[in-house]
Ligand binder design. Structure first.
Ligand code: CA
Length: 167
């Protein structure tokens, strides 16, 4: 297992074929590539640039109870699992679409996902199974969204456009 320690400057890290852990403060427009193996990206507030999990089952762990937004310039590719400590997340549909599992590691009763930027399709029917009530708010998006809720009694707030919402 290799550990890559992020700094407040730009980091261009290329992971190994095995499990890699990327951790440390945000700063600089980084390129973090996990390559093969089940990699862990332990990301602090303000991280930006590229996170590319590569193959394997990779995890993006948003560290900290106030770490509740993906930077608009953060690109996320090939990462299967998102784990949140904060009770909310501000993200674009493009940033979220690759996650096949979204986990919430806190004791709050609700988890609020606020979408911004371009709309798109998101399906939480199998990716969100946490006990926290899911609230998806698309009021900030700049185009239509197509959202399928989880199997819980979610709350979904559409955008100003011609949305398709199912829950
Ligand atoms: Ca950095």
């Amino acid at each position: 297992m290799a550990t890559f320690t992020l700094t407040t400057g730009q980091n261009l890290f290329n992971g190994s074929a095995g499990t890699d852990v990327f951790q440390g403060p945000a700063g600089g427009s980084d390129s973090l590539k996990g390559n093969a193996g089940n990699d862990f990206f332990n990301i602090q507030t303000g991280q930006t640039g590229l996170i590319d999990g590569g193959s394997g089952f990779d995890t993006l762990f948003m560290v900290g109870s106030t770490n509740n937004a993906f930077d608009l310039n953060l690109q996320i590719l090939g990462v299967e699992q998102l784990i949140m400590e904060a009770p909310s997340l501000l993200a674009t549909a493009a940033q979220l679409k690759g996650f096949t599992y979204i986990g919430v590691s806190n004791s709050f009763t609700d988890f609020e996902l606020s979408l911004r930027g371009a709309g798109g399709s998101l399906n939480f029917s199998t990716s969100y199974t946490e006990p926290q009530h899911l609230l998806v708010n698309a009021e900030l998006t700049t185009s239509a969204v197509k959202i399928v809720g989880s199997t819980h009694s979610d709350e979904i707030i559409g955008s100003d456009f011609n949305d398709t919402l199912k829950w």
